[in-house]
Design a protein around this ligand. Structure first.
Ligand SMILES: Cc1cc2nc3c(=O)[nH]c(=O)nc-3n(C[C@H](O)[C@H](O)[C@H](O)COP(=O)(O)OP(=O)(O)OC[C@H]3O[C@@H](n4cnc5c(N)ncnc54)[C@H](O)[C@@H]3O)c2cc1C
Length: 411
């Protein structure tokens, strides 16, 4: 740990991807002191992306999507304390207090507490048919309601809402997708791609409703969603409108927060004994806090970075952000940091959902969005990482293999 004192015990708070990755990296880098991972959920740590895809579809079980096999923890002397939440982190006392009344000694703490689904706050939203999706428990509840013919309303056509919609369609449900933004996701991928992605739902028989729900009326097991004069009846409602962070632990520990726990490039918070990673963390760049990222790859990278920070090692080399999303057999990916208006170079055909759209600034690719073109995204990731200047004409030319540009062979 950076400078001040021995490192004999590390406590990781949160057993999601960021927390488990941090534990893995600590051991991989030779840390041989006590290592405790505390997780509020009772299940062995599992991966979240399959919840809205293969787990919901019944193609994978929770056991199939564990982050590590059970033996992995014992083999590396990673002590799992599951089904109990950390209630208090006191860095000055080097102690972490758990909900079961016990406490752990902690020379360093990694906060990886993720987030929880943002709740819909309209009247009636507490009806038992109104669900969210984040955990193993959530997916079981949702799955049990997605019988063929069930009327499903999905509120929010972002990444998770779109995936649940597609999964519900595949399960034979009668789905309505509601969103006040037209087209949804335009802020992420630009209006043209967003329109084509959204239209895909309609092509699969989904009823698209533009608007915001202002009231929910329960009718026994069912609900009526009111959007002004429009009423949508549903047997089950999935709300996918983003996540909220619980910053109470960080605030009580005296850490600097600003819509996230503020961290440097090795996950160090304003307290040198406490690190943060994953959805809960917000990196501070030279110009101030950066937008917080809520994607799988960021949780992985930040878990690795926090482990480096705990051990006083240099930060891992930065990588451009990357995310993916799957719906109706199409694989959407985005890489880099870009303004969607810069997605001006297009390979392939956006309308046919087979393309890579590349953002270029100052003669260099800065980001890209693609459907079903993972190799091109991989190549662009390398070009963006290296800041390689590329002639936009060559980027757009379908006969030019982006992988060869990335290898520098014909750049
Ligand atoms: C359904 C779904 C599908 C997704 N699909 C994709 C995708 O296709 N592509 C993509 O890039 N990203 C996807 N994501 C996002 C990605 O999974 C998350 O960004 C990532 O899981 C965040 O990891 P994390 O470790 O920061 O947080 P989490 O996975 O939320 O883990 C945090 C853990 O900490 C626990 N915890 C909280 N407070 C305490 C406490 N006080 N004490 C102890 N434990 C605590 C929580 O119970 C939780 O288990 C998806 C997310 C969901 C929910």
């Amino acid at each position: 740990m950076s400078g001040d004192g021995a490192l004999r015990s590390v406590v990781v708070v949160g057993a999601g991807l960021a927390g488990v990755t941090a534990a893995d990296e600590l051991r991989a880098n030779g840390y041989d002191g006590r290592l405790v991972v505390v997780g509020a959920e009772a299940e062995l740590p599992y991966d979240r992306p399959p919840l809205s895809k293969d787990v919901l579809l019944g193609k994978a079980t929770l056991a199939d999507v564990r982050l590590r096999p059970e033996s992995w923890y014992a083999d590396r002397a990673v002590e799992l304390r599951l089904g109990v939440a950390v209630q208090d982190v006191r860095p000055a006392e080097r102690r972490v207090f758990l909900g079961d009344g016990t406490a752990e000694h902690a020379d360093a703490v990694v906060l990886a507490t993720g987030g929880t689904p943002r709740a819909l706050t309209v009247p009636g939203a507490d009806h038992p048919a109104v669900l969210t999706l984040r955990t193993a428990h959530d997916v079981e509840r949702l799955k049990s309601r997605l019988a063929p013919g069930a009327r499903v309303a999905v509120i929010g056509a972002g990444l998770i809402g779109a995936e649940v919609t597609a999964s519900a369609v595949a399960l034979g449900c009668d789905v309505t997708l509601l969103d006040p933004v037209a087209p949804p996701l335009a802020a992420v991928v630009g209006p043209e791609i967003a329109r084509v992605l959204h239209a895909q739902h309609g092509q699969h028989g989904v009823r698209l409703v533009h608007g915001a729900v202002d009231r929910i009326d329960g009718r026994g097991d069912r609900v009526l969603l009111h959007l002004g004069a429009v009423v949508v009846e549903a047997d089950v409602v999935l709300v996918g409108i983003g996540i909220e962070l619980d910053l109470a632990l960080a605030d009580a520990a005296g850490l600097a927060t600003d819509r996230g726990v503020l961290v440097d490039e090795v996950g160090r918070t304003s307290n040198p004994r406490v690190f943060a990673a994953g959805d809960v963390a917000r990196a501070v760049g030279p110009g101030g806090p950066l937008p917080r990222v809520e994607h799988w790859d960021a949780a992985l990278r930040e878990g690795q970075a926090a482990a480096a920070g705990v051990l006083g090692l240099p930060a891992p080399a930065p990588r451009p952000p990357w995310f993916w999303s799957d719906r109706y057999g199409t694989h959407l990916e985005g890489v880099g940091e870009f303004d969607p208006v810069d997605l001006s170079v297009v390979r392939g055909d956006i309308a046919a959902l087979d393309f890579t759209a590349i953002a270029v600034r100052g003669g260099r690719p800065t980001g890209a969005v693609a459907i079903n073109r993972p190799n091109e995204i991989k190549a662009l990731r390398r070009l963006i990482e290296r800041g390689t200047p590329v002639d936009p004409g060559r980027l757009a030319d379908p006969s030019v293999d982006l992988r060869s540009l990335a290898r520098g062979a014909s750049a």
